[in-house]
Design a protein around this ligand. Structure first.
Ligand code: PBG
Length: 324
């Protein structure tokens, strides 16, 4: 009878030992919370497809921002959902648009919190695409121009960082140039660099009312089959001046996160998207899994893969259970 010399179980024998040898630790500092802002006052409207997530009016989003800051979450990602949409997404860069007012109100009332804005046109276009369209074609360069002005309007409203999520070519360089021209050279760009065309965005599109009215986003978002192409996307955004590179979604793309971490010396962010969140919530609501443990395990996996920053709808809930 032979017995093993190496017994990996030795270091798993107690909670204390496990604490001592844990290789990855999740902290509140790793998390960012996405928030949806709508017109009106006193609004805190639950989103059916995303249990525990709400659409807030400007007054109420300030309260929510304060709550998450007090829980130790360092930042938020704001999404505006306007009442009026049109073909050009005119609302996206209005100085007094819903997201611009939210930025200003939060910056005035919650000092310290990092306010990041999602820069895209899909919430503002009546056709639901992330850029301008001609027939059924989504145009690149005219969209980039609109996106750069949108980012500028966010910076003028007081945003601490802008995050383009449209996947048009050249938008990072264009946004950097417009920001620099207007003396916003200190505002970092968090680029949704490798953003895949994913079924996991389903619940978000309900939340933001941004489902494309024709076609889909495969003409600009990435094919889930591709890894080398993701590296090109990351490299081009890096070279255009992105300060933080994001991979999205997260769990189905841990290989991309890991390679991004090894290839670029900038912080790597990962977006645990609406579908990833809602699947855990739905299974937990049915009593099929322990939702809290599953959510923590998902976050830990994303961090272990190499993400420095995780965007998650569970940020506030998790922060309450985590150390700094
Ligand atoms: C906007 C945008 C989307 C998400 C973030 N920014 C939707 C999309 O591309 O369809 C998805 C976020 C989520 O699913 O949680 N372009």
């Amino acid at each position: 009878m032979s017995f093993p010399r190496d017994r990996l179980r030795r270091l798993r024998g107690s909670e204390t030992l496990r604490r001592m040898v844990a290789e990855t630790r999740l902290s509140r500092d790793d998390l960012l919370l996405p928030l949806f802002v709508v017109e009106g006052a006193g609004v805190r409207e639950p989103i059916a497809s995303m249990p525990g997530v709400f659409r807030f009016s400007v007054d109420r989003v300030v309260e929510e921002a304060r709550r998450v800051w007090d829980l130790g979450v360092p930042g938020i990602m704001l999404f505006g959902i306007p009442d009026v949409k049109d073909a050009r997404g005119s609302g996206a860069d209005h100085a007094d648009g819903v997201v611009q007012r939210a930025i200003a109100a939060i910056k005035a009332q919650v000092s310290g919190l990092c306010v990041i804005t999602d820069v895209c046109l899909c919430e503002y276009t009546d056709h639901g695409h992330c850029g301008l369209v001609e027939g059924e074609r989504v145009l690149n360069d005219p969209s980039v121009e609109r996106l750069a002005l949108t980012a500028l309007s966010h910076a003028r409203a007081g945003a601490d960082m802008v995050a383009p999520s449209d996947m048009m070519d050249g938008r990072v360089a264009a946004i950097r140039a417009v920001l620099d021209e207007h003396a916003f050279e200190e505002i970092p760009i968090l680029s949704y660099a490798a953003k895949y065309s994913s079924a996991f965005y389903g619940p978000f599109r309900d939340a933001a009312e941004s489902t494309p009215q024709f076609g889909d986003r495969r003409g600009y978002q990435m094919d889930p089959a591709n890894r080398r192409e993701a590296m090109r996307e990351l490299r081009s955004d890096f070279e255009e001046g992105a300060d933080i590179l994001m991979v999205k979604p997260a769990l189905s793309y841990l290989d991309i996160i890991a390679e991004a971490r090894q290839s670029f010396d900038v912080p790597i962010a990962a977006y645990h998207v609406s579908g990833e969140y809602s699947m855990i919530k739905a299974a937990a609501a049915n009593g099929w899994i322990d939702g809290e443990r599953a959510m923590l395990e998902a976050m830990l996996s994303i961090k272990r893969a190499g993400a420095d920053i995780i965007l998650t709808y569970a940020a506030a809930d998790l922060a309450a259970h985590l150390d700094a």
